[in-house]
Design a protein. Structure first.
Length: 128
């Protein structure tokens, strides 16, 4: 067991919100794309949980989605480059992996911006 984390690009849907999206890949695989996968990157998870809370999320942040906007990506990139992801702990989370994932995190930011420029929405999701 452990912290598994995903980022997705999805086509906009009228029922998408800041804290959930509609899985809409049945008829067209272009409606959904996995952008990134992390395994036990607790500080990124903590950053995303803070984002989830700031957007009104109130549930336990497990198997919950949060929409990431262009502004959120800029803030995330600044925090990655400034080594300011929040220290986060959890039983299944592992230890600080910021340096291990730094290049992958920045690549995610780049891929997410590209997906958004193609009118897709970007979400983070996790399971632990």
């Amino acid at each position: 067991m452990g912290l598994d984390q995903y980022a997705y690009a999805v086509m906009p849907h009228k029922d998408n919100t800041d804290t959930s999206f509609v899985w809409n890949s049945e008829n067209n695989p272009d409606n959904y794309k996995e952008l990134n996968y992390w395994r036990k990157h607790p500080n990124l998870h903590g950053w995303m949980e803070n984002l989830y809370r700031s957007k009104g999320g109130t549930d336990q942040f497990n198997c919950r989605q949060v929409r990431v906007t262009f502004k959120d990506l800029q803030d995330l990139e600044d925090n990655i480059n400034g080594k300011q992801l929040p220290h986060t702990e959890g039983f299944f989370f592992g230890s600080d992996a910021d340096e291990h994932y730094r290049d992958q995190d920045l690549d995610f930011v780049k891929q997410a911006r590209k997906a958004m420029s193609q009118d897709m929405e970007v979400y983070y999701d996790s399971w632990w």
